[in-house]
Design a protein around this ligand. Structure first.
Ligand SMILES: [Cu+2]
Length: 500
C-alpha cells in the first residue's frame, strides 16, 4: 500500500508500507464485551476503590515476531485501564517486583503533593521488594494516565504506563468508549528485546556516536509503532456498527510527536488532556498532532460504513514509525483498510471552539521559561539551567502565575506541569481565539512562544518539565515551590532517586 500526502501545500511523500492489512490479520477487540478483560476492576474496601499494581518484568509480544523483555504493571502493556467514578476515593497499592527502584505518577490528575510519585521530589523511590500506597480523591473527570516517574527514559519506554479514566457523575453515553495509547519501540536486535538502558543519556555521550545527534539516533532506533501494546499486523481493531456514537481517547505514551488522521468521517475534539472544550466545532479532513503525554478525546458518529484505517505517524520519523488502526464496520471485516489520501489541514487549538470567560484573578507573578539547548541536542536547559541545578519558581498559595514559554531549540518540547492544570492564554503574542484551553501538557514547537496562567492552589513542590524523557534527563526540568511548604518525606541518601 502506497499513499502520498500533500501537507499544507507542500509536497511530502509518506510511504505506508504496512504489510498484511487485510482483515484476517485484524485482531478482534469487541469493546462491548471484552472491555472487562482489559480493565483493572479493583475492589471496594471501606468505601474506597482499591487497585493493586505489581511492577514486574514480562516477556511481551508486540506481534508474532517482535518481543521485548518489558517492564509492566500486572503483566500487560499498557497496564490495565483503571476507570473510576467522579468522587471515588482511589487507593493504588504499588508493589515493586523489579530489581530497580520505581515510583508511580498519575499524569495530569491534580493529586496531593505527597501522592505525586516523583522520586526525590515528593517521595523516595520504591525499592525492589517494597510497596507504596497512593491515595487520591477522583474529583476531576477526564482522561489521564499513570506511569513511572523514576528514570522515565528507561522505565516508561520499557512499558510502565497505563490509562486512568475518571468518569463524570453524569456521563454522556457512547456505544464504544476506548483508549488508544500510542507508543513506539526500538526493535534493534529484533526478537532479542533491547536493553533500553543504552538509550540512557549518560551512556550516549560515551558510546562512539558523537557525530550523531540525539534526534538522529532516536530516529534510527525507533522503528516500530505500538498501539495499545500491539504492532502491525496485530493492532487491535475497533469494531463498530453504523449509527454508533464512538468516543476515542488518544493518549501519547511515547517520545515522538504523532500525527493522527481520521478517514472520511467528521468528528469533534471534545477534550484536551481530559478537560472539556467549549462547544467544539465539527472537523473533517483535519489531522491533529499529539505530543508525548498529551491526550485528545474525540467523538465520532459512524455514518460511513467501510473498513477504515486511522493513520498515525511520527512527524519526525515517518519512514519508520507509522501505523493504521482498523476502524471496521460490521459486514466489512474482510475488506482492505482504506485511509485518507492527503492531509489538507492541521488542527489548531488556538481557534477551535467558542470563547468563554475565564474565571481567574489578576496575575500576581510573571516568570519566563526559556527552553534552550547549548549543544544542539545533548543537553537541554530552562533559563540556561539544567537539572539538578535547575530553575526553581517560587509561588505563594493564592498566586495567579503567568509563564511565558519560549522554545529556542530545534525540537518539540511537550512541557508538563505537575499538580495543576494551566490555561493557555496566547500563542505568538496573539490571544487564544476559540475555546479556553486548559491543559497539563503543552507542546511548544521550535520557535514558538506561549503564555500560560495557573492558579497556585495546591501547595507542594511540583515538577515542570519536558515530557520527552531524554530531554528531561538532558536537563530540561524546573520546579515550582510553594512558600512555606514542608517536604512530605525525608530524602534517603541511600536511595537512587531519579525524578527526571
Ligand atoms: Cu523536550
Amino acid at each position: 500500500m502506497k499513499k502520498s500526502y500533500g501537507v499544507m501545500g507542500g509536497v511530502l511523500a509518506v510511504f505506508f508500507a504496512i504489510a498484511g492489512c487485510s482483515s484476517d490479520d485484524h485482531s478482534e477487540m469487541d469493546h462491548g464485551n471484552n472491555q472487562q478483560d482489559e480493565q483493572n476492576e479493583g475492589t471496594f474496601e471501606d468505601g474506597k476503590k482499591v487497585f493493586n499494581l505489581e511492577v514486574t518484568e514480562t516477556h511481551w509480544m508486540f506481534n508474532d515476531e517482535v518481543m521485548m523483555d518489558a517492564w509492566t504493571y500486572n503483566g500487560t502493556l499498557p497496564g490495565q485501564e483503571i476507570r473510576v467514578q467522579e468522587g471515588d476515593e482511589v487507593v493504588i497499592n504499588v508493589k515493586n517486583s523489579l530489581n530497580v527502584p520505581t515510583a508511580l505518577h498519575l499524569h495530569g490528575f491534580p493529586v496531593p503533593n505527597e501522592m505525586d510519585g516523583v522520586p526525590g521530589v515528593t517521595q523516595n523511590a520504591i525499592m525492589p521488594g517494597e510497596e507504596f500506597t497512593y491515595e487520591y480523591q477522583a474529583n476531576v473527570p477526564g482522561t489521564y494516565w499513570y506511569h513511572s516517574h523514576q528514570d522515565g527514559a528507561t522505565q516508561v519506554d520499557r512499558g510502565l504506563y497505563g490509562v486512568f479514566i475518571v468518569e463524570p457523575v453524569d456521563p454522556e453515553s457512547y456505544d464504544t468508549d476506548v483508549a488508544i495509547v500510542i507508543d513506539e519501540f526500538a526493535s534493534m536486535g529484533m526478537g532479542m528485546g533491547m536493553d533500553h538502558s543504552t538509550m540512557d543519556h549518560g551512556d550516549m555521550e560515551h558510546d562512539g556516536n558523537d557525530d550523531m545527534s540525539h534526534s538522529e539516533m532516536m530516529n534510527e532506533m525507533y522503528d516500530t509503532m505500538v498501539i495499545n501494546g500491539k504492532a502491525d499486523p496485530q493492532i487491535e481493531s475497533i469494531n463498530v456498527v453504523e449509527g454508533n456514537r464512538v468516543k476515542l481517547r488518544f493518549v501519547n505514551a511515547g517520545l515522538f510527536t504523532q500525527v493522527v488522521s481520521i478517514p472520511e468521517h467528521s468528528f469533534k475534539i471534545t477534550h484536551y488532556d481530559g478537560q472539556p472544550v467549549n462547544e467544539p466545532d465539527v472537523l473533517q479532513d483535519t489531522a491533529f498532532r499529539i505530543a508525548p503525554a498529551e491526550r485528545y478525546d474525540l467523538e465520532i458518529i459512524m455514518d460511513n460504513p467501510g473498513a477504515w484505517g486511522i493513520q498515525v505517524f511520527a512527524e519526525e520519523n515517518q519512514e519508520r514509525l507509522q501505523a493504521l488502526i482498523p476502524l471496521v464496520y460490521e459486514e466489512y471485516e474482510d475488506e482492505e483498510l482504506q485511509t485518507v489520501d492527503s492531509i489538507s489541514s492541521f488542527f489548531d487549538l488556538t481557534t477551535y471552539g467558542i470563547p468563554k470567560e475565564l474565571d481567574i484573578g489578576d496575575i500576581t507573578k510573571e516568570y519566563d521559561m526559556l527552553l534552550g539547548s547549548d549543544d544542539g541536542g545533548d543537553t537541554f536547559t530552562i533559563n540556561g539551567k539544567k537539572f539538578p541545578n535547575h530553575e526553581i519558581y517560587d509561588v505563594e498559595e493564592g498566586d495567579v502565575v503567568k509563564f511565558t514559554i519560549i522554545n529556542d531549540t530545534d525540537f518539540d518540547h511537550p512541557m508538563h506541569l505537575h499538580g495543576d492544570f494551566f490555561h493557555v492564554i496566547s500563542k505568538g503574542g496573539k490571544a487564544i481565539q476559540g475555546s479556553p484551553v486548559l491543559k497539563d501538557t503543552l507542546n511548544v514547537r521550535p520557535g514558538e512562544t506561549y503564555e500560560i496562567v495557573f492558579e497556585a492552589k495546591n501547595p507542594g513542590n511540583w515538577m515542570f518539565h519536558c515530557h520527552e524523557f531524554h530531554h528531561a534527563s538532558g536537563g530540561m526540568v524546573a520546579e515550582i515551590h510553594y512558600e512555606g511548604f514542608e517536604l512530605p518525606f525525608t530524602p534517603d541518601p541511600n536511595i537512587p532517586n531519579m525524578p527526571e
